[in-house]
Design a protein around this ligand. Structure first.
Ligand code: HXC
Ligand code: NAP
Length: 265
């Protein structure tokens, strides 16, 4: 079913980290379907090339679809991020949407987590998000653009074996709110989406062992895991003119999961 008007992101250019796979791969595809040109950035060209090929294949079927461009960058390395931003600007002429989806995760008890294990996740999720926002600032300021960070709900409660990611994503929420205040004056909107458990994703595979999946599903008030499409739709909304006055929001898209997660009945 078509939810948005055709071409609502026409003439926009999005730089999407983690855009080669999973949830943010879906977001990149949805932004392109809505008319934006998209640069997909992450470490693996294999991930990026196949995602870009799929989007460019859609473009061959419909001229309303934007074009995709793959550019390798590790978000932990500011110089690689700067080069990727420059390459995107050269390719598409500007950047006016940034989506920060790059992330790393694994299950680990706090007492078994090494300093480098903790630091690696903070470096990717939180410092990586900062590196990209910082590198894209001139473009975003020039074009009154927007930032969309992909957060989580893990840190709303004490999620076992997720200290590192909870700390990183709490930082992402703080960064979202601070930048919304500081960069709002330039017309830059900064928002986040906090997905709940989304089926068929790397995150779910890593975090939710098969035997407890059904139990988890039963705790979700809407009675199902999220679909990547649920996050795509929230992302298109937040990046579009329909959200022109939304700034500093962390939009929870989790079927009501975190509100219900701590309840016994
Ligand atoms: C304990 C671990 C570990 C594990 C890695 N480390 N895996 N510690 N348990 N399972 C430690 C290592 O021992 C090392 O510390 C440090 O982390 C860095 O490990 P590397 O393998 O060198 O890191 P790197 O190659 O940079 O890879 C980063 C990564 C990896 C995060 C560890 O898993 C990755 O690339 N992930 C990307 C994809 C991903 O995770 N997607 C899921 C996103 S879902 P030492 O001390 O030994 O040097 C998500 C939220 C989902 O983010 C929420 C769902 C509800
Ligand atoms: P995913 O497919 O593994 O996405 C993570 C992406 O980050 C990959 O494309 C990976 O690409 C990229 N990446 C990792 N390290 C990077 C680095 N150092 N530099 C650049 N890119 C890097 O996992 P997902 O489950 O779809 O998660 C996507 C986003 O949603 C993440 O922000 C995650 O925290 C969030 N989230 C997911 C869930 C869920 O249920 N799955 C729930 C809440 C929040 P490369 O390997 O090519 O680098």
């Amino acid at each position: 079913m078509k939810l948005f008007a055709d071409s609502i992101l026409k003439d926009r250019v999005a730089f999407v980290t983690g855009g080669g796979t999973g949830i943010t791969g879906g977001v990149a595809r949805a932004l392109a379907e809505a008319g934006a040109n998209v640069a997909l950035a992450s470490r693996s060209m294999e991930h990026l090339d196949s995602a870009a090929k799929a989007i460019n294949g859609m473009r061959e079927m419909s001229a309303l679809c934007g074009e995709a461009f793959a550019v390798a960058a590790d978000v932990r390395k500011p110089e690689e991020v700067e080069k990727a931003i420059a390459a995107t600007t050269e390719r598409f002429g500007k950047i006016d949407i940034v989506v920060n989806g790059a992330a790393g995760n694994f299950l680990c008890k706090p007492e078994e987590l090494s300093p480098n294990g903790f630091g690696t996740v903070v470096d990717i999720d939180l410092k990586g998000t900062f590196n990209v926002c910082r590198a894209a600032f001139d473009q975003l300021k020039q074009h009154r653009g927007q930032i969309l960070n992909i957060s989580a709900t893990l840190h709303y409660l004490g999620t076992p074996m997720q200290l590192h990611v909870s700390a990183a994503k709490a930082g992402v929420d703080a960064l979202t709110r601070n930048l919304a205040v500081e960069w709002g004056r330039y017309g830059i909107r900064v928002n986040a989406i906090a997905p709940g458990p989304i089926g068929d994703t790397e995150g779910m595979k890593r975090l939710v062992p098969e035997p407890i999946k059904e139990k988890l599903k039963q705790k979700i008030p809407l009675g199902r895991f999220g679909l990547i499409e649920d996050i795509e739709n929230a992302a298109v909304f937040l990046c579009s003119g329909a959200a022109n006055y939304v700034n500093g929001a962390v939009l929870v898209v989790d079927g009501g999961h975190w509100l219900a997660a701590n309840r016994l009945i």
